[in-house]
Design a protein around this ligand. Structure first.
Ligand code: 6R9
Length: 568
């Protein structure tokens, strides 16, 4: 197989001609897809759910298929419309109003989705939190957002410093009641299934996602209803969603992927959304793909690498013949994973680049576009991305610089909660500066190099940790790798690799030297790690990003900073 370039996929795609569309597309064209183009009034929850429930062809189609080891449930668009109406009525009864922050701290469940949509229907702002957060992480987010209501479960309640949060006035318990708490079940039983939606402005808030920076407290990234334009349109072009699809996005809604693409994109496109609860295991994941006849699957490199290391023999036990389209986000997608995808599924894995701050996909691979493994692809039509220098000028092809997006795309964050100066600091000359470094080749494909703070400088040579990690995992003994720059008096920094080994391999000096030589032969002498340390686990965020910052703090014996997003 020619891994330099993988040809366009056969079949009918929503985006047939990338270059033409890029030249001619205008966001005004999309507005007709939504009811607010006629009424002038908007609510993203209406467009995602109620609009389909009012369509006789769609009303009884499954919107949500929930599946976890101990629970299987299916809700049609009508069911979900009614359940979210009921919850909106509960919120109204307890005087939640437009603009209030209502947070959700609970595992994925049908109740989560009903509550989330209910929050939007009253015009309030939803704040989803990972269920694995410990007390400090919960406290930081509720304090900063001044949330007045929290929806949670009995088990998780012990991690909520209830008495210490003056703004938090009400708590809804999903699985029980208690003195001073609102019982979800009790109130839902009594609530009406019809509700007068709070119609808001396109620029009104709907979502607050907290995300960790490299230093300091997590920041609240604020999104508005207008984002639906890009959620919807990337659902068509990039996810290539089509009538009859069974779509599975593996992300938790505590991460922006789990809201933009685990809620909005599929439902705005009227597609059945499969949600799997419970923990990751290769067998369960393949079973989910098979048993639900998944056609479009959106996941992350960390999961693909785990499946890859579980072996190709396992895939062969499952019938995955419905699978048509696979996508990845969150971290650079190693070419090795793409090669595995071609073998295991006979499909390309499409990389997509975007951030909490961009709200939706920006640089992507499209089914109708040739793919270059290792490249993130090209900007979506209607959005301009570029490589710019530190003064804000665009750089010519093949020069590494700041990956930047021209301000004003539909799903752009509209604020960092309560920190206007922080928000302003992201913009330069009308560009949003992502904090990632990349270059663009002559054909317009973007190539990720690293977080700017991760780039290693060894004896004056710049080394992107991703490149070294990708080479390391091509070695048969290596399962996962995290690479950092370790300060060195002579070289400025040296490349240090942390790795985990595949089953059946034992650490030895010979093996580590073999791995080092493998990177040297495959990349270059200066990129070959001078130190390799074998670990049981590589620290990662809950969204699967290797926490190089943490590896570095461990290495240097420094304080570890904000680790609230660290996976257990
Ligand atoms: C959606 C999401 C954003 C950061 C981003 C970059 C990394 C995401 C990537 C990627 C290389 C890709 N990232 N997608 N790096 N290739 N396809 O992940 O949002 O959690 O805010 O992270 O993730 O470093 O700047 P978020």
């Amino acid at each position: 197989m020619n891994m330099q370039r993988i040809q366009t996929l056969e079949g009918n795609h929503n985006l047939e001609n990338y270059e033409d569309t890029y030249k001619n597309f205008n966001w005004d064209e999309v507005k007709d897809a939504f009811s607010w183009s006629h009424t002038g009034k908007v609510n993203i929850a209406y467009e995602a759910i109620d609009r389909h429930a009012e369509n006789p062809d769609k009303a009884d189609q499954p919107a949500l298929i929930f599946s976890s080891p101990d629970r299987q449930e299916q809700l049609t668009f009508t069911d979900l419309k009614q359940a979210s109406n009921q919850f909106a009525n509960v919120l109204k009864k307890h005087e939640i109003q437009k603009g209030d922050r209502v947070f959700l701290f609970m595992p994925r469940s049908p109740e989560f989705y009903a509550a989330f949509l209910g929050i939007l229907k009253v015009g309030a702002i939803a704040g989803p939190l990972f269920e694995a957060f410990m007390e400090q992480a919960v406290r930081d987010r509720l304090e900063d957002s001044e949330a007045t209501m929290l929806i949670t479960t009995k088990d998780l309640l012990e991690r909520v410093p209830v008495d210490d949060l003056p703004n938090l006035k009400q708590i809804v318990l999903i699985d029980g009641d208690g003195e001073g708490f609102i019982s979800y079940e009790e109130e839902m039983k009594e609530a009406s299934k019809s509700f007068d939606i709070e119609w808001v402005d396109l620029e009104d808030g709907m979502l607050l996602h907290y995300t960790s920076g490299s230093t300091g407290k997590p920041k609240g990234v604020y999104h508005v209803h207008n984002a639906m334009l890009q959620h919807y349109q990337t659902g068509r072009w990039v996810l290539d969603l089509q009538e009859g699809d069974q779509y599975w996005c593996t992300a938790d809604p505590g991460w922006v992927t789990g809201t933009s693409y685990g809620i909005f994109a599929p439902w705005l496109n009227g597609v059945t959304n499969v949600v799997r609860g419970g923990r990751f295991s290769p067998d369960d994941w393949y079973e989910t793909l098979q048993n639900h006849g998944i056609t479009v699957w959106y996941s992350a490199p960390t999961a693909f690498r785990k499946l890859m290391s579980a072996g190709e023999a396992l895939v062969k036990n499952y019938d995955l013949s419905n699978l048509r389209h696979i996508l990845s986000v969150g971290e650079p997608l190693n070419p090795e994973v793409i090669a595995w995808g071609m073998d295991a599924f006979h499909l390309r894995v499409h990389d997509t680049w975007w951030m909490t701050e961009t709200g939706a996909q920006v640089v992507c691979n499209f089914p109708s576009l040739d793919m270059k493994p290792g490249s993130m692809g090209k900007p979506i039509p209607g959005v301009e991305a570029s490589i710019i220098d530190n003064e804000g000028s665009e750089l010519p092809p093949n020069q590494m610089g700041n990956l930047a997006v021209k301000a004003g795309w539909p799903s752009m964050m509209r604020a960092i909660w309560k920190r206007p100066e922080k928000y302003e600091s992201y913009f330069l000359n009308g560009w949003y500066i992502s904090g990632d470094s990349a270059y663009r080749d002559e054909e317009g494909y973007f190539w990720f190099q690293g977080r700017l703070d991760d780039v290693i400088n060894t004896s004056g040579e710049r080394v992107g940790p991703f490149e070294v990690e990708s080479k390391l995992i091509e070695h048969k003994a290596v399962a996962e790798a995290g690479v950092i720059g370790k300060p060195d008096p002579e070289r400025g920094e040296i490349v240090k690799a942390f790795i985990t080994l595949n089953d059946g391999y034992e650490q030895s000096d010979e093996l580590l030297e073999d791995i080092r030589q493998f990177v040297k032969r495959g990349l270059s002498a200066h990129a070959a790690p001078r130190e390799i340390e074998v670990k049981d686990k590589i620290p990662k965020t809950r969204s699967g990003k290797i926490m190089r910052r943490l590896l570095k703090s461990w290495e240097l014996g420094l304080p570890t900073g904000d680790t609230s997003t660290l996976e257990e």
